[in-house]
Design a protein around this ligand. Structure first.
Ligand code: F6R
Length: 609
């Protein structure tokens, strides 16, 4: 997730406006910033790593000539957050500049092809293939217009993108294109604007034109033209008036970041499936060499590790030990050694407990692998190999989209390892791959069809003094996560444990009306779980079950049920089954009058032990 912005002004310099507009997109990423303008047929560019204010102090982003320009604020995915990887990116001759939000899936092939043709790449980004591809297209077809060269190049790009592109060949135009990454235009009497999101231009204009997937846009002093990439047919679309305040616009009309981020999960899951093979393969090679692996994390990230321990065991027969990072040194500090492998999972990559577990393991010569959402964080610097979870910045304190993105990457690793070790049948492998691919759609369906129902359940149970969250097998992890979400934002004391443990103590708490949330995928644990539900019900508990669509056995026992699509394999179930629990926590928190984005006593990044 990055922010792009471009503008053509009727009068005045574009750079100060691009700068202030990028500031309003900083919530989309802040690893680096860059601006390019064109004046007198020449490209001017300033860029560097760091937050916008830091870079501005060093280079004065406002001091650039030209009434046309593009800019970018980056959330690193491919390539560390360094100056060379900052956007805009250029072709060899310095005639074409590109800013991009998205992931070009086939960039390795394109890069190799272009390098063989003599193109020199200076960055490690996927984006840099685009200016070179356009340059090459023009070289091979000198008669093409710049727009047509962009069009031809787009046809070779696989993956997601929102591009804004300028060239000295046609210095009065910005060409934009969209596939799966957001892009919107702004218009008024002073000029035309393109951006990743409405807040970028909202103080300038509230007239916006939404751009759809598969569309290319030409911005000029005359306004905007929209065409379909496929056949260049013209699309007519008038501006709409946006009634949002700036604050609402940053949240895209959602009242809180948390619910916005819950709704972003289908898009984020799609991005996690675009991970470059070589990152996954490299990590898989290290996991394959390990006899056993410590999965180390805190809070929600720990729950992803707990789920992953079932995935690695069931799919790849790899023993893994999920460990609370804050306990790692005490529990394993003396036994961890050169033969050990530690996979640290951390959204922020800065959690002090996780980093001290990593340091301890490193001092004893263990191999450290990292999974984090923040490329450039301490965890990426201290890991032998790391993977970025591609979720984009998460602003709500309660982790939601970063949790499901961690699960998706961990599932992909377990699948790769399984394939490498030949541990499961081809049919099973195919089924898991198909289900992983359709996970974004499944999550979309859950949000679309179940949100209203979750709201009603939240209203009904808002005054409950305590909740249980139960599951068996991998759903234990989902139950733990559901409990953490409810506690941290709704402030309701909650207890989670594997459902089989009920009769060893906790069931004595149950009395009439006690809400018990059961996580019930139709897996090998389903029958036994029904037994656990009956035990609770017999003592007066109110059952709130998250079930597979059409699971009549559990429907008949539950006071309330929330349905997820059918046929999701057990090892992948924490992804969809955790989504209703995130929504439940969110809506109970609202019912209680809390601010779910800023729960009391908590911080997004916990850098103290
Ligand atoms: C809960 C939550 C926290 C974090 C924990 C670890 O919603 O966000 O429990 O998961 O503080 O943080 P990271 O993943 O940044 O290491």
């Amino acid at each position: 997730m990055c922010g792009i912005f471009g503008c053509i002004l009727k009068e005045g310099n574009a750079a100060p406006l691009i700068h202030s507009s990028l500031k309003r997109l900083e919530y989309r990423g802040y690893d680096s910033v860059g601006i390019a303008t064109i004046s007198d047929g020449k490209i001017f560019m300033k860029k560097d790593s760091g937050k916008i204010d830091e870079v501005h102090k060093l280079v004065n982003l406002d001091d650039m000539p030209g009434n046309i320009g593009i800019g970018h604020t980056r959330w690193a995915t491919h390539g560390a957050p360094l100056k060379i990887n900052s956007h805009p990116h250029m072709d060899c001759k310095g005639e074409i500049v590109v800013v991009h939000n998205g992931i070009i899936e086939n960039f390795m092939e394109l890069r190799a092809e272009l390098q063989n043709l003599g193109h020199i790449f200076v960055s490690k980004t996927d984006t840099e293939v685009m200016p070179h591809l356009i340059e090459e297209t023009l070289k091979q077809n000198p008669k093409l217009t710049f727009v047509n060269a962009v069009l031809e190049s787009l046809k070779r790009i696989e993956g997601s993108y929102a591009f804004a592109i300028m060239s000295t060949r046609e210095p009065d135009k910005i060409i934009c294109a969209r596939n799966e990454s957001p892009l919107v235009l702004g218009v008024n009497g002073t000029g035309v604007f393109c951006a990743s999101d409405i807040p970028a231009f909202l103080p300038i204009t509230n007239k916006a034109v939404m751009i759809n997937n598969g569309e290319i846009v030409i911005l000029s002093q005359q306004g905007y033209e929209i065409h379909k990439i496929q056949d260049y047919s013209t699309v007519t679309r008038d501006p709409v008036t946006i009634e949002w305040t700036s604050e609402m616009a940053v949240k895209q009309g959602y009242p809180h970041f948390m619910i916005k981020e819950i709704h972003e999960q289908p898009e984020v899951l799609r991005n996690t499936l675009r991970m470059q093979d070589h990152y996954l393969d490299l990590m898989t090679t290290f996991l394959d060499r390990a006899d056993e692996v410590y999965l180390v994390a805190c809070g929600t990230s720990y729950h992803a590790c707990l789920a992953a321990s079932y995935m690695f065991s069931k799919l790849a027969f790899l023993p893994t030990y999920p460990v609370y990072a804050s306990e790692f040194v005490e529990q394993h500090g003396k036994s961890v050694n050169i033969e050990s492998t530690l996979l640290a999972v951390s959204q922020s990559g800065e959690t002090a407990d996780t980093l001290s577990a990593v340091m301890c393991a490193q001092q004893r010569a263990a191999t450290v692998l990292g999974l984090t959402n923040v490329i450039g964080s301490t965890l990426t610097r201290v890991s032998r190999v790391y993977i970025g979870t591609q979720a984009g910045p998460e602003i709500g304190v309660a982790a939601t989209k970063t949790f499901t993105s961690q699960l998706s990457v961990l599932a992909q690793l377990a699948l790769r390892l399984s394939k490498k070790r030949g541990k499961i049948s081809q049919d099973e492998m195919d089924c898991l791959e198909v289900n992983l691919k359709k996970m974004p759609e499944d999550v979309e369906i859950i949000i679309r069809t179940q949100e209203e129902k979750v709201k009603q359940i939240a209203h009904k149970y808002k005054d409950s003094k305590v909740f249980f969250f139960l599951g068996r097998g991998i759903s234990t992890a989902t139950a733990f996560e559901g409990r953490l979400k409810l506690m941290e934002i709704a402030y309701i004391p909650s207890i989670a444990f594997p459902a089989g443990e009920s009769k060893h103590g906790p069931i004595s708490l149950i009395e009439e009306g006690f809400p018990v949330v059961f996580v019930c995928p139709r897996d090998d644990c389903h029958k036994t779980l029904i037994g656990n539900i009956m035990e609770m019900k017999a003592r007066g508990a109110h059952i709130i079950a998250v079930i597979e669509e059409g699971d009549d056995d559990i429907k008949s026992l539950a006071e309330e049920y929330i349905e997820v699509p059918k046929g999701i394999p057990s090892v992948l179930s924490p992804i969809p089954f955790s989504v209703p629990l995130q929504m439940l926590a969110y809506y109970i928190s609202l019912e209680k009058g809390n601010n779910p984005d800023m729960p009391r006593n908590l911080a997004k990044s916990v850098t103290v032990k």
